[in-house]
Design a protein around this ligand. Structure first.
Ligand code: ATP
Ligand code: FE
Length: 358
């Protein structure tokens, strides 16, 4: 099967065509980070306008460049949740009309499930069940992935996310970057700090039950530090040390919770009989400092650690198309035939990835 993926849940307008034999036949992305820098964040209205302006051409180019006709597709997969509702709606509307025109079925995809499953597109060794830590701009989730549509939640952040924590603090200290995420800028600057830099600005670590995360606490502690005027005029050394300290606190919190989760899974004999895999995904997974810290833990607990390449860690449509393929292969009924399509599909801003088990 060949599936067209459409992703418009946030600020990236992304289209991809993927085949069941794991070939990305084509993909296109449009994103405007310069305007985001100017207005100090993502504007849902501006992003939705961007999606409306570019989506048709991106789809057309994606198909034309590989001489693929709509009728050659076996399904259209589109992100329906979670995300910015007015942005999701643009993708859903296009998917419904394309499905009608081409008489091709439509599959609704959960954005965070797709982040977790993207690993299977690039690595044949990732087999169900596996553990996935999703660390992005909107989420922090530790899940047990049982199959394409069954996820158990082990830890979740119901306050904010590591990405938002890094971005907000970075913005507060005036970091700017034209072409990359602010989180990546924090990583770059943290690398310029010396060994003790990461301990210079200490905060009280968040306390949450079980393996749940609380990145709002880290974010607020750093924002307080900065706003209390203690860090009025930051020298270059202050800035790099602050980035190192922030990155260190984010990493420690992730590792403490992961450690607890590994112990829990071991005590319940979950994942113990087969080869154990942890997949790290989401934009924050691009961070090498975080990766190295988690790698030490996975080595200790005998987990194989897999991180998809950067372009698959941040928002992309390959993962949406691929998840559509996996869902359809597991249960053909997930594909809505064009004849039964409703006039609109509900876009959810929040939608649980699964149920909590811890
Ligand atoms: P979600 O998937 O939860 O809806 P999102 O799609 O907005 O959120 P992603 O695109 O997966 O999030 O990731 C973006 C986030 O990743 C931003 O917060 C960004 O700062 C962060 N990020 C990107 N690169 C790095 C890096 N090298 N180090 C730390 N954080 C990074
Ligand atoms: Fe995402």
């Amino acid at each position: 099967p060949i599936v067209l993926g459409i992703e418009t849940s946030c600020d990236d307008t992304a289209i991809a065509i993927v085949s069941a034999d794991k070939k990305v036949l084509n993909s296109k992305v449009f994103v405007n980070r310069i305007d985001q820098q100017r207005i100090g964040g993502i504007s849902p209205a501006l992003s939705a306008m961007q999606h409306r302006m570019f989506i048709d051409n991106l789809i057309e180019d994606c198909l034309d460049e590989i001489s693929c006709r709509l009728a050659d597709l076996d399904a259209i997969a589109v992100t329906s949740c979670p995300g910015l509702v007015i942005c999701l709606k643009v993708g859903l509307e296009r998917a419904i009309s394309l499905s009608r025109i081409s008489k091709v079925p439509l599959i609704q995809v959960h954005h965070m499930r797709a982040h977790a499953l993207s690993s299977r597109l690039i690595d044949d060794s990732v087999e169900y069940p596996f553990l996935s830590l999703l660390i992005s701009g909107g989420h922090c989730l530790l899940v047990l992935v049982k199959n394409p549509s069954e996820f158990d939640i082990i830890g979740i952040d119901s306050t904010t996310s590591p990405g938002e924590c890094l971005d907000k603090v970075a913005r507060e200290i005036g970091l700017k970057s034209k072409d990359r995420h602010l989180g990546a800028e924090v990583e770059r600057l943290a690398r310029l700090s010396d060994d003790d830099g990461c301990l210079r600005f200490s905060i009280k670590p968040p306390s949450t039950s079980g393996a749940d995360f609380h990145f709002a606490s880290i974010k607020n502690s750093f924002l307080n530090l900065i706003q209390q005027g203690k860090l009025d005029k930051l020298s270059q050394k202050d800035t790099v040390d602050l980035c190192a300290s922030l990155q260190f606190q984010v990493t420690s919190h992730l590792c403490r919770k992961l450690h607890l989760a590994f112990e829990y899974l071991q005590s319940k004999d979950i994942l113990q009989s087969q080869s154990k895999t942890l997949v790290l995904s989401g934009g924050v997974a691009a961070n090498k400092f975080i990766f190295k810290a988690i790698e030490k833990l996975t080595n200790f607990y005998n987990y194989k650690l897999i991180v998809p390449p950067g372009r698959l860690c941040t928002d992309n449509a390959e993962m949406i198309a691929w998840t559509g393929i996996e869902m359809m292969e597991e249960n053909p009924n997930v594909a809505i035939p064009w004849t039964s399509l409703p006039s609109s599909i509900y876009a959810h801003d929040r939608y649980p990835i699964g149920t909590s088990i811890l």
